[in-house]
Design a protein around this ligand. Structure first.
Ligand code: NAD
Length: 256
């Protein structure tokens, strides 16, 4: 279904980004990977894919490196048809203790990077008359949790960016939507599980149960594969008129 299309997924050496890239690759898309994780292990996850798999190591906190990555996708793959803005980091601290450099890094990586990739991808998408921009926001783009000021601010921001880009591109063949996961068991969340286990003096399984019980009524983690299938749906003709949506996949988190 996506043969001949190129999907660039930021932060795709692990977790959600890797899961989304794998689902898109199974449909024949070329993939441009990005991220700081183990590149060879990430590439190995695409064995047997029909499309080409590329990688660019741009740091999403640096505009010049993002520009180089988008230029790489243009020169090596003919452009970015599906842009998945996924790279993200977390830092947990109360507002009065929040380190200013962590605030700046979270805003840069979780929000500003999507501004740069989007502004650079849209002209090519417009000229080809088709494009999909999928922003991996979070339930924290819709509701807040204590101790996550920078993350909540960035995720609310990316939902605003999603709506604006959707309006600006509404007649061009491009759609822009956000996916808002609840808890997904990735390295980013495992750190919070570890912190919970240490704080409460419980084992890994009990820390996971407590984390889920607080927020996610299904008591199940959402999986990267499930998020990939939703991203794929946004690339189908059925989703052509979905514009500026924030789709939460959160086991009931935001319904409460
Ligand atoms: P993860 O830590 O597994 O993956 C993050 C990816 O981003 C990695 O590939 C990492 O190398 C990359 N990355 C980090 N800093 C980077 C930088 N400066 N430049 C380039 N790449 C960088 O995390 P994840 O849980 O898969 O998170 C992916 C996205 O999903 C994030 O935006 C996160 O906020 C969002 N999200 C995660 C959850 C969850 O429960 N895990 C829930 C909601 C939203």
């Amino acid at each position: 279904m996506l043969t001949g299309k190129t999907a660039l997924v930021t932060g795709s050496t692990s977790g959600i980004g890797l899961g989304i890239a794998q689902v898109l690759a199974r449909q024949g898309a070329n993939i441009v990977l990005n991220g700081f994780g183990d590149v060879d292990a990430a590439k190995a996850a695409f064995a047997g894919s029909k499309g080409r798999i590329g990688y660019h190591g741009a740091d999403m906190s640096k505009a010049s490196e993002i520009e180089a990555m988008m230029a790489y996708a243009a020169s090596e793959f003919g452009g970015t048809d599906i842009l998945v803005n996924n790279a993200g980091i977390q830092h947990v601290a109360s507002i009065e203790d929040f380190p200013a450099d962590r605030w700046d890094a979270i805003i840069a990586i979780n929000l500003t990077s999507a501004f740069h990739t989007t502004r650079l991808a849209v002209p090519g998408m417009k000229s080809r008359g088709w494009g999909r921009i999928i922003n991996i926001a979070s339930v924290h783009g819709l509701v807040a949790s204590a101790q996550k000021s920078a993350y909540v601010a960035a995720k609310h921001g990316i939902i605003g960016l999603t709506k604006t880009v959707a309006l600006e591109t509404a007649t061009t063949g491009i759609t822009c939507n956000a996916i808002c996961p609840g808890w997904v068991l990735t390295p980013l969340v495992q750190k919070q599980v570890d912190a919970r286990a240490a704080k409460d003096g419980v084992d890994d399984a009990e820390a996971k149960r407590r984390l889920l019980a607080e927020k996610q009524p299904s008591l199940q983690f959402t999986t990267p594969e499930q998020l990939g299938e939703v991203a794929l749906f946004l690339c189908t003709p059925a989703a052509t008129n979905m514009q500026g949506m924030a789709l939460n996949i959160d086991g009931g988190w935001v319904a409460q």
